[in-house]
Design a protein around this ligand. Structure first.
Ligand SMILES: C[S@@+](CC[C@H](N)C(=O)[O-])C[C@H]1O[C@@H](n2cnc3c(N)ncnc32)[C@H](O)[C@@H]1O
Length: 224
């Protein structure tokens, strides 16, 4: 699906979120303690926005991993355009079977990716495995607001405006109907923290943004 919508992905992301998606990614990074010598895994990197923001703002080395080669073709072009090819590299692979050695990364981040994993727990356990001890995890994901009027407004936007706009621009009927459906069934807030804890992460906490339509989740692999 992401191969099909790759060329429209960035435009629709920024257009449908009114550009706020860039701010969410920056906030996610600011909350972490990333040093310039660190090596960070950007899981489900897609067109590389989080990888690029990470490398630019912290000077760290980033490895992006994704199942969609077409999404990463765009990520590679953007990386070269920004002169960051020495800092960021991209690999094809799935979250459920990360093709890297145990204890490779100082941090692992995922923006709008975990919702798409075939197995959420297997993907989180794999990220835990490839983190060094004391390594940080950050996950950015859509959520549903709990308070009115945001809850009602967002619901209308999600189920009526977004699928229509997505279909008109990308021509893909399935992709932008899948988005609201997948947000609705995905574990949120405390439920997601419980899953992180079940995968052995500690110091778990979350931060809602923009009235609760997005949440940033954090955890750590215990230090030895
Ligand atoms: C909504 S995009 C997010 C891209 C990017 N992180 C961002 O912030 O814009 C989701 C990405 O997850 C990737 N993806 C889906 N399932 C995956 C899996 N099991 N393992 C790795 N990547 C996956 C898709 O190919 C797609 O590029």
């Amino acid at each position: 699906m992401f191969d099909r919508i790759a060329v429209w992905y960035d435009f629709l992301n920024h257009f449908l979120s009114l550009g706020i998606d860039r701010r969410w990614r920056k906030k996610l990074i600011r909350h972490l303690n990333i040093q310039s010598g660190d090596h960070v895994l950007d899981m489900a990197t897609g067109t590389g926005d989080l990888a690029i923001t990470l490398a630019k703002s912290t000077g760290c080395r980033v490895t992006g991993l994704d199942v969609s080669e077409k999404m990463m073709d765009i990520a590679e072009k953007k990386t070269r355009k920004k002169g960051l090819q020495g800092k960021i590299n991209f690999h094809t692979g799935a979250a459920e079977q990360i093709p890297f050695e145990t204890e490779t990364f100082d941090a692992a981040v995922v923006a709008f990716g975990v919702r798409n994993f075939t197995s959420l727990e297997q993907g989180l356990k794999e990220m835990y495995r490839v983190l060094k001890s004391g390594g940080q995890l950050a996950v950015l994901e859509f959520a549903q607001p709990v308070r009115q009027p945001m809850k009602g407004l967002y619901s209308f936007y999600l189920f009526h405006v977004l699928p229509l706009a997505g279909r008109i621009f990308s021509g893909d009927k399935q992709a932008y109907s899948y988005l609201p459906a997948s947000i609705q069934v995905f574990p949120q807030r405390e439920a997601f923290l419980n899953i992180l804890q079940g995968c052995s992460f500690e110091e778990t906490h979350y931060q809602p943004y923009t009235g609760g339509i997005v949440a940033a989740y954090y955890g750590k692999k215990p230090a030895k």
